[in-house]
Ligand binder design. Structure first.
Ligand code: DUT
Ligand code: MG
Length: 597
């Protein structure tokens, strides 16, 4: 959630605060914009001077400066024009380069910062935000801001420059008619503010709908095989169509308003321009206004008011960018709930005991998933968790990795409360083979080496052998260099599982966690994996979650979890003798007659 204080801060201010490192460059770019506009206003004066020369001859302004000959005066004006146009082009170039590079830099940094920040947020955050939604922030919203900085920011500055400089010149050269040119400006400003206020929620809505269709699309592309298997293609097209329509409708609502804006402004401008033309013309005819000045005024009025017709588009671009800025900065302002401790957990401690001291936890308030869990795992022991599906076994592992913090109680590793150490040092001690195997797009070797970027080919093969993966890898089209596809979809379920075991073994962490690590392999492979694990787990703390009890019968201690509580624990033999839930489960799985409890 965004900090409440920040929701009321205008987005531009939030952006300015974020962009503190760029301020110098922003000021430089703004300077080029200003100078470009300042010389751009000069041509009307040159035209005025030319008319002045033709009409007034040696009485003209240039004549007063000592250039008597009218032809020479024209040449002077031509030279001045050349200089001014040259400068204008130069500043145009400089402002283009500066703003566009700035836009690129801010876009790049903002994207990386936001991604890095998202990565630091706890898993709880990702339960509420969909992947597609976050993709929309990282891509569309960041790009939207870039688009504004690319052209919009320059336009805003040039517009302000125009109004200020032309306004000042008007009041200097002909204060009596200057006010006419400014007549439409209050109307235009009022209209713009009103427009901005009205369009703001519409663009927020557009961004929302964009995020929504994004998340739907990423969902569907990820679930393509399920869509096909259930022949839901038509339904899904309809669903995407519906989302797309909503996006379209949101945009149409914004377009309706933003399109009406420019014509309205033009009417106001026409009014100001005509008033100046007529009133100034009368004054010139009466002789109370210099003809050269009159032409300068008419041209300037046009220069003043014409850019305002673009105000609509600029405000539009600005408002879209601000809607995006808000969404980006909301993510950036989201504070992680799980904070690092100050200390570092060492490998020595990491290989030590794991203790859960009356741990209670719920994903959602009021629905406890674990209640009062007490677990003691001795160093170098193998400990198993068994229990029905949904009983909370994986949740116990997530708490141990500090993906979530318990609501009450404490967890310690090697005698250290895991909240007192950094998350990185904690997770460095733990190798996890998770229930949902996730492989990255890349080669087999890259996936195995994921936790140890510096691993040698030899290490990788050793880990693969221990995970019973080496043989099948050699049979793949390109062996260790075979591309596994997105999420490893080019491999079988059992193959994926074995790769993830190899990946965990390669990290050589003191604590090894296997969550249903062999559920997708055949019995023979499982037995082989068991044997190599027995060797590997010899002097490390191993935690195994398994549904097939035969795989954990040799564990030093087995915890039976039911509905978020530990209902019994002991060795396999002790539990059988207990004749409790474990014994009943064992009976079901081995086909032995359930002993009477
Ligand atoms: N749960 C959530 N949110 C999550 C994950 C799980 O509410 O992000 C719920 C679902 C379930 C309970 O927590 O009711 C325990 O889930 P867990 O994954 O810990 O169950 P398990 O014992 O590992 O089940 P399985 O044997 O199916 O892996
Ligand atoms: Mg589980």
């Amino acid at each position: 959630m965004p900090a409440s204080a920040d929701t009321v801060v205008p987005p531009l201010k939030r952006l300015w605060r974020y962009a503190s490192g760029y301020r110098k460059r922003i000021i430089l770019a703004s300077t080029w914009s200003f100078l470009n506009k300042a010389v751009d206003i000069a041509p009307p004066f040159l035209i005025g001077m030319a008319i002045d020369v033709v009409v007034n001859g040696s009485d003209s302004l240039l004549g007063q400066f000592g250039i008597e000959d009218q032809r020479s005066q024209i040449v002077v004006i031509a030279v001045l024009s050349g200089i001014i146009w040259g400068l204008e082009s130069l500043f145009e170039y400089l402002l283009g380069v500066e703003w566009r590079n700035l836009a690129q830099s801010i876009q790049h940094d903002l994207r990386i910062d936001t991604y890095e920040h998202i990565q630091d947020l706890d898993l709880g955050f990702f339960e509420d935000r969909s992947t597609g939604d976050l993709m929309a922030v990282l891509n569309d919203d960041v790009n939207q801001l870039e688009r504004f900085l690319d052209v919009g920011a320059n336009e805003v500055i040039q517009l302000l420059t125009t109004v200020t400089l032309i306004g000042a010149s008007f009041f200097i050269i002909a204060p009596s008619v200057a006010w006419l040119a400014f007549l439409p400006i209050p109307i235009i400003l009022w209209g713009s503010l009103l427009f901005q206020k009205k369009i703001e929620p519409r663009y927020a809505k557009v961004r929302e709908e964009a995020a929504s269709i994004n998340s739907q699309l990423s969902n569907n592309l990820g679930g393509m095989s399920t869509i096909k298997a259930f022949t839901a293609e038509d339904r899904e097209v309809a669903r995407i169509e519906e989302e797309s329509r909503r996006y379209q409708a949101a945009n149409q609502a914004a377009i309706k308003l933003s399109s009406a804006f420019t014509p309205l402004i033009r009417v106001a401008i026409l009014f100001g321009f005509t008033a100046m033309l007529v009133w100034g013309g009368y004054l010139a005819l009466e002789g109370s206004l210099n003809v050269g000045l009159y032409s300068v005024m008419v041209f300037l009025t046009q220069r003043l008011l014409w850019p305002l017709t673009r105000l609509g588009q600029t405000v539009d671009l600005y408002q879209r960018a601000m809607a995006s800025t808000n969404r980006i900065l909301d993510v950036l302002d989201t504070e992680p709930v799980i904070l690092d401790g100050d200390d570092t957990l060492t490998a020595d401690e990491g290989s030590g005991s794991i203790v859960f001291d009356s741990v209670t936890f719920s994903y959602e308030e009021g629905f406890p998933v674990l209640s009062d869990i007490d677990v003691e795992i001795e160093a170098s022991n193998t400990t198993a968790f068994v229990g029905s599906t949904g009983s909370g076994k994986t949740t116990i592992i997530k708490l141990l990795l500090r993906f979530y913090d318990p609501d009450s109680g404490a967890i310690s590793v090697g005698g250290r409360d895991i909240r007192k150490v950094t998350q990185q040092s904690l997770r460095d001690q733990i190798a996890l083979v998770s229930q949902d195997v996730f492989l990255f797009h890349g080669t087999v070797a890259q996936n195995i080496a994921y936790g140890v970027a510096s691993a040698s080919t030899e290490d990788i093969e050793k880990a693969a052998m221990a995970a019973e993966a080496h043989d099948f890898i050699l049979e793949l089209p390109n062996g260790y260099d075979t591309i596994v596809g997105e999420r490893g979809q080019k491999l079988s379920g059992g193959q994926r599982q074995r790769l993830s075991i190899a990946r965990a073994l390669l990290t050589d962490s003191p604590i090894l966690i296997l969550d249903e690590a062999t559920s997708a392999v055949d019995n023979e492979t499982e037995a082989a994996i068991q044997r190599s694990l027995a060797r590997i787990s010899h002097n490390r703390t191993t935690v195994v979650i398994a549904h097939r009890l035969s795989t954990i019968r040799n564990a030093d201690r087995i915890y039976v979890v039911d509905a978020g509580q530990v209902v019994e624990f002991g060795t396999h033999d002790e539990l059988l003798a207990n004749r409790g839930p474990y014994a009943a489960l064992w009976a079901v799985q081995t086909g032995e007659v359930a002993p009477t409890a």
